[in-house]
Design a protein around this ligand. Sequence first.
Ligand code: UDP
Ligand code: MG
Length: 305
Amino acid sequence: MKKMLDVIVPVYNEEACISETIQRLFNLRNLLIDELDVNFIFVNDGSKDKSLDILKNFASKYPFVKVIGFSRNFGHQMAVTAGLDYSKGDYVAIIDADLQDPPELIKDMYYQAKDGGYDVVYGKRLKRKSETFFKKFTAFAFYRLLDFMCQINIPTDTGDFRLITREVVEAVKSMPEKHRFIRGMVPWVGFKSAPLYYNRDERFAGETKYPLSKMLKLAFDGIFSFSVKPLKFITDIGIALMIMALVAFGAGVIFRCTISIISSVILFVGSLQMIALGIIGEYVGRIFEESKNRPLYIVKDKINL
Ligand code: UDP
Ligand code: MG
């Protein structure tokens, strides 16, 4: 019996890419045909364009093309989550729909996992072709900040492009959290992991589906769902300010401090208090979201599943 590989592809308004992506994924399937039974799970994340129609068309011809359709846009991380929930394969790969990550590399990931006995092989980006300076810089800074903040080791310059074994899928599925940062959840569950270095291509067509607002949400989820360090910083800053205040008080007594210095200090402390409240708010908000106990996503269409 051949082992099974499921390839999960989150799709949001990718009508310009999706047919080409499917062709490339079919190539991958042919490359692996002697070794693995390959299925594709496309998760349409509430696309407003023709993505779903194109997917349905392929699904009607090929039973190994499976489609999950959300009732609205729930976000990239939820789309990947749904793919994991519906997957049955011994191995599961995750890849974006825009061909920035070459599908053929999944074959290399599979052999690396099989021959090296790895449960996770993650794609680590060397070069990012033709992405804006802003995107590259913010990504670079974010992954370093995350590394500094988190107790667990989340690999830097690594997205969700990876291959994992069934055991890892089940472990990740056992994490019900609402704010999902899958590239952090996989390292959190542990297991034997290795990187596969690759150069990230250009998006095949269309625009990025990650505007700044979505990028920030993902970055916040990465930090606030994986670290309580920001809370500790508040205490550290509080202690530092108290020492400064004591020194300023002493200096004021000795030198008769002017009113403007005092008011600027009050302003400064006030703004820090707002930031501190904001940080606490991030965690309180998360407790609220978790306590509502809503489902992570709503499925509207299911084809070949
Ligand atoms: N995506 C999604 N839902 C969203 C945004 C993006 O499913 O709300 C998908 C998108 O179709 C793509 C992947 O997530 O397959 C990554 O998005 P994109 O390539 O636009 O992000 P970038 O590479 O620019 O960071
Ligand atoms: Mg992309």
